[in-house]
Design a protein around this ligand. Structure first.
Ligand SMILES: [Zn+2]
Length: 187
């Protein structure tokens, strides 16, 4: 995977200033991890982007060391970056190195939309953000569910006997006042 194909968030794109795991602000002059990929879903439509594009940002505490459920059919990965806020309020980025990558020929067969629909019962139209494979993983992680534990024989298979447990955990999360759909302050 070519480093110079990854690209950076645009300087005036505000959404990538907080960690998408814990929602803490990423401070100027600090390092962070960008998740990039070339497959996204917007509403119900899959879009295959012409190149891998930064989608989410994580602080070093929330960086999971590997792509937890790499998606077969998606080029995706993490890169370590440093971010600096300039005097005019814009941001500049330096890529330090690619940390992990998974090409579209690698990974696990899973339908990001199906697991969200089945367990979160959220209308995809209601998501305020683009859905990525990592996003699907994080959505479950917020309720304490690690989808990577359900990988078996190259597929993400959630056993039917686990379904009620997962739905209960998501319900606890919702009962604590969090929405079923993702918002950055809903942690
Ligand atoms: Zn974080």
């Amino acid at each position: 995977m070519s480093k110079n194909k990854v690209g950076f968030p645009s300087p005036d794109f505000d959404d990538l200033r907080v960690c998408d795991g814990c929602t803490r602000a990423i401070e100027s002059d600090s390092n962070a991890v960008l998740y990039f990929c070339d497959t996204v879903w917007i509403e119900m439509e899959r879009f295959d982007l012409p190149e891998v594009t930064p989608q989410e940002m994580y602080c070093l505490d929330c960086y999971p060391n590997e792509i937890p459920v790499p998606h077969l059919g998606t080029n995706e990965g993490f890169s370590l970056i440093s971010m600096r806020e300039e005097e005019d309020g814009s941001y500049t980025y330096d890529e330090i190195r690619i940390l992990k990558g998974s090409s579209k020929n690698q990974g696990v067969e899973w339908s990001v939309l199906d697991v969200i629909r089945e367990y979160h019962m959220t209308r995809l139209e209601d998501f305020p953000y683009t859905v990525t494979p990592m996003y699907g993983y994080i959505l479950f992680r917020r309720s304490g569910i690690d989808l990577s534990g359900f990988i078996s024989e190259g597929e993400l298979k959630i056993p039917s006997e686990e379904k009620d447990k997962i739905l209960d955990l998501i319900q606890v999360y919702v009962d604590r006042g969090h929405s079923r759909s993702y918002t950055p302050d809903a942690l």
